[in-house]
Design a protein around this ligand. Structure first.
Ligand code: NAI
Length: 333
């Protein structure tokens, strides 16, 4: 069996981590032949709670889990890690826009970037989940200059999974029958869930474009988009807490595809540094359709962007530029 890898989860005493840790420890992400050491980082006041999580992980009796290291010290948490799930942050409360969180959370990601820079492997793959995820990831990378920018990403997979389910439910097919949905831009209410290139295997076994199968452009341009954009807020309104089980599943999906690769014919959505593809602003962390192979991602090129899509891509670009400016100002304080 392979040597154990080191995986850190921050916010390890929180809600998302509670669902994520079990998936990691049982091999859902790195494979059922890959042993691992889990580094659990949270803040000092949460160490008691974290100890309970450690006990539960031990009591799961999982053969791949070789070591659990709970800590409030980033130097220990990030030491030699191969993969980092940066979940820890202040969660959005009911009525709060993600922007309100920016000032508080961006400082956490500056400090964690510095700690990654000093202590993690240079090959570490970093997935930022804590909101505002795209901009936090950008800041984290900026303060970790010794790690390649391509090793940083932010999560829009939950939005992709939500969009995929909306389409599958509408067509009465299993969720896996729907592919090539793209989330463009920011993980916020300006994101653009795009089905222009999406396909579905219908109940009769035929492969069709989602547009043709749904045959209701008004719904696709209206309720579908707004349902996906506002799904996070709807879950908060219902649960009085932000999405956790589904966010953990999406984080596992994101890292699994990055680590192991995506199917050649399909793609997934990941927020990564824009290189200007599709006339998006260079240097913001923008969600694109990507294909992954051998641990590297590549933006899918050549998709048609019509006028409707162009407008949506530009709106979310503008928000990301604004967030970047605000975040850089906060970091200089
Ligand atoms: P939670 O409040 O249950 O847990 C957050 C944990 O982070 C707490 O245990 C807290 O002590 C810890 N924490 C705070 N500062 C820290 C630091 N400096 N270092 C290490 N740990 C720290 O929150 P939950 O529900 O687990 O959500 C975490 C984040 O994920 C929030 O920012 C939330 O908005 C975001 N989120 C992102 C989604 C996405 O699709 N990108 C979806 C859902 C949530």
């Amino acid at each position: 069996m392979a040597e154990p890898i080191r995986v850190v989860v921050t916010g390890a005493a929180g809600q998302i981590a509670y669902s994520l840790l079990y998936q990691l420890a049982k091999g859902d992400v790195f494979g059922d032949q890959q042993p691992l050491s889990l580094h659990l980082l949270d803040i000092e006041p949460m160490m008691g709670v974290l100890n309970g999580v450690v006990m539960e992980l031990q009591d799961c009796a999982l053969p791949l889990l070789r070591e659990v290291i709970p800590t409030a010290d980033p130097a220990v948490g990030f030491k030699d890690v191969d993969a980092a799930f940066l979940v820890g942050a202040m969660p959005r409360k009911e009525g709060m826009e993600r922007k309100d969180l920016l000032a508080a959370n961006v400082k956490i990601f500056k400090a964690q970037g510095q700690a990654l820079d000093q202590h993690a492997k240079k090959t570490v793959k970093v997935l930022v989940v804590g909101n505002p995820a795209n901009t936090n990831s950008l800041i984290c990378s900026k303060y970790a200059p010794s790690i390649p920018p391509a090793n940083f990403s932010a999560m829009t997979r939950l939005d992709q999974n939500r969009a995929q389910t909306q389409i599958a439910n509408r067509l009465g097919v299993p969720v896996n029958n729907v592919s090539k949905i793209t989330i463009w831009g920011n993980h916020s209410s300006t994101q653009f869930p795009d089905v222009a290139n999406a396909t579905v295997v219908t109940a009769s076994g035929e492969t069709k474009s989602v547009k043709d199968a749904i045959n209701d452009q008004a719904w696709l341009n209206g309720d579908f988009i707004s349902t996906v954009q506002k799904r996070g807020a709807a879950v908060i309104a219902a649960r009085k807490l932000s999405s956790a089980m589904s966010a953990a599943k999406a984080a596992a999906d994101h890292m699994k595809d990055w680590w192991n690769g995506t199917p050649a014919e399909s793609w997934v959505s990941m927020a990564v540094f824009s290189d200007g593809s599709y006339n998006t602003p260079v240097g913001v962390m923008y969600s694109f359709p990507v294909r992954c192979s051998k641990g590297q991602w590549e933006i899918v090129q050549g998709l048609t962007i019509d006028e409707f899509a162009r407008e949506k891509l530009d709106v979310t670009s503008k928000e990301l530029i604004e967030e970047r400016e605000e975040a850089l100002a906060v970091c200089q304080d």
